[in-house]
Ligand binder design. Structure first.
Ligand code: HEM
Length: 513
């Protein structure tokens, strides 16, 4: 670390040649003499500006995080008697950009959120901000989240927070972010946890952290034997073991009733022998445990299966990062004790549907947070990018796009909060039946909103939206990956249909137009 000094602008001007080149960015002085040759944008472009204030040039071409990353190496001081004008984003800081945060955090009143939720958001954001660099590197390299990160998030209570309220809060979890009391923890805290994970803007990595256990563990604690729960729930929530949900097969997507994986009882009746394949299983590559949909002689059944030599998991090359550990799984004569049934034999369809309701609610939280991050990027970019002699924001067509994106997001997020409130008044099984339709319609609408937001954002960022590094990298990633939310957990078309079919179940047949 260089000792920082105070310089005059005249002093900086003297360092304007190759081998002795300084620049000023927002009242801070950087020595780029040796860095120039390593600069991804080229040495020449940088050296031409040596000795000058390059704040506008820098922010026209780089995200602030570039400076955060390089400052420890390049910053040598500040300009005397000047203060920086640009606020550096500190870990845990809330955005001050309009619509950069959900309504309550933009200073509006809320019937749902209180001080405990606020403390929780700030604390969990800090935790995620501190792993952001590693998350984005893993995303780019296709590296799955390390066991250390998983354990760290387990010990800090982040994994439990993304599972939501339940007995484990008192029994297993010693600490929650923001020192929220376990008994106070509710679905709104959980909603925040999912949003903050998604703010990492590394979709494959985020799914690598949470999209296995968040949907794979609930069938265990709602349907597993006491012995199984006592062993598995703490292991997973403390980040020692990983679990995922394995329903989908190559022949069946959203049509769960048609699965072909079989579980046949051994002659002594003590075990099942499981055979079949599963596809698109998030976290399957590295999971220790699997909550699996199988067919027994009594029908669809959920089974808890542990990895052994008869379980093979191969990575699938999806359009997002391999950090999600998306797998093709083969169960080849896997022997599973009958005590590992989750719920009742033959009643697996209900376990799966109940699980889907919460899973879809979680997907909505993640995709909406992703949409919000993109809107924030667009707002900042439109404000700082100059074309045809004016800032983008001065073009009515750009303001119209922002309006369309914001209106879409605020509408779905308000509906999401309403349904979260309904959840807080219901048991798990009431939720699974009464909210199945509304949550399906919400997911349908959230991903349609994301589609609109990804499209407008790409047009606003232009060439940068089709480039994996630089200013538009988050927009590029969002546009490439929002379809995961629109397809996984039930496709948009199935969601829309399910929503209406559920409404038809309660349609009053005596009601005529
Ligand atoms: C401390 C100063 C600077 C650092 C640490 C730095 C670092 C970087 C990095 C890491 C990239 C890769 C793209 C990205 O990740 O955003 C980049 C690209 C670039 N930089 Fe710099 N840079 C600095 C100053 C400047 C200045 C003053 C200019 C002057 C115009 C400049 C022009 C460019 C250009 C043209 C690109 C390519 C952008 C593109 O592909 O769209 N850089 N820089």
């Amino acid at each position: 670390m260089v000792e920082l000094k105070s310089y005059s602008r005249e002093e900086v001007k003297k360092h304007s040649i190759e081998g002795d080149a300084w620049i000023i960015i927002d009242a801070e002085v950087y020595n780029i003499s040796t860095f120039a040759d390593l600069h991804p944008g080229g040495a020449q472009i940088l050296l031409e500006l040596a000795g000058k204030d390059v704040t506008d040039e820098f922010y026209g071409l780089h995200r602030q995080e570039v400076l955060t990353k390089y400052a420890p190496r390049l910053k040598i001081g500040t300009i005397a008697n000047e203060e920086p004008n640009i606020k550096a984003v500190e870990p845990g800081a809330l955005s001050t950009v309009p619509y950069g945060e959900p309504s309550f955090w933009m200073g509006f009143h809320s019937p749902y959120f209180n001080e405990s939720h606020h403390q929780f958001r700030v604390a969990i954001r800090k935790i995620f901000d501190e792993i952001k660099q590693e998350a984005q590197q893993s995303e780019d390299m296709g590296k799955v989240p390390s066991k250390e990160i998983y354990r760290q998030l387990g010990e800090e209570g982040v994994l439990a927070a993304q599972i939501g309220p339940g007995p484990w809060m008192q029994n297993i979890i010693k600490k929650l972010p923001g020192d929220v009391k376990p008994e106070e923890f509710d679905y709104f805290h959980e909603l925040i946890a999912h949003q903050e994970n998604a703010r990492l803007a590394a979709p494959g990595f985020c799914d690598g952290i949470s999209s296995g256990y968040v949907i794979g563990l609930p069938p265990v604690f709602h349907g597993g034997s006491d012995a199984l729960k006592a062993r598995v729930v703490p292991e997973v929530l403390l980040g020692q073991k990983r679990i995922c949900l394995a329903i989908t097969e190559p022949y069946t997507g959203s049509d769960v009733a048609s699965i072909r994986t079989t579980a046949k009882r051994t002659p002594d009746g003590k075990h099942f022998i499981v055979n079949g394949v599963k596809k698109w299983i998030t976290n399957g590559v590295f999971s220790d445990y699997f909550s699996v949909a199988v067919k027994t002689e009594k029908g669809i059944t959920m089974l808890f299966i542990e990895r052994d030599e008869n379980v093979e998991t191969k990575p699938i090359k999806t359009s997002y990062s391999a950090a999600a550990g998306t797998a093709y799984i083969t169960f080849d004569n896997v022997k599973v004790p009958v005590e590992n049934i989750l719920g009742e034999e033959g009643k697996g369809f209900f376990v799966i549907m109940a699980n889907f309701c919460k899973e879809r609610w979680y997907i909505c939280a993640a995709i909406n947070a992703g949409s919000r991050g993109i809107i924030e990027d667009c707002f900042k970019w439109a404000n700082q990018r100059k074309v045809f002699g004016k800032r983008l924001i001065e073009q009515p067509v750009i303001r119209n796009k922002l309006a369309s994106m914001i209106a879409d997001l605020e509408a779905v997020e308000n509906w999401h909060e309403n349904l979260t409130y309904q959840m807080s008044k219901m048991s798990y099984f009431e939720m699974a039946t009464q909210l199945l339709g509304p949550v399906a319609l919400l997911k349908f609408k959230c991903t349609r909103a994301a589609h609109n937001i990804a499209d407008h954002a790409s047009q606003i960022f232009g060439g940068r939206a089709i480039t994996r590094t630089g200013m538009g990298k988050n927009v590029e990633a969002f546009h490439r990956t929002y379809k995961f939310a629109a397809i996984l957990g039930g496709s948009e078309e199935i969601m829309a249909d399910l929503g209406i079919n559920q409404a038809m179940r309660i349609f009053p047949q005596d009601s005529k137009l």
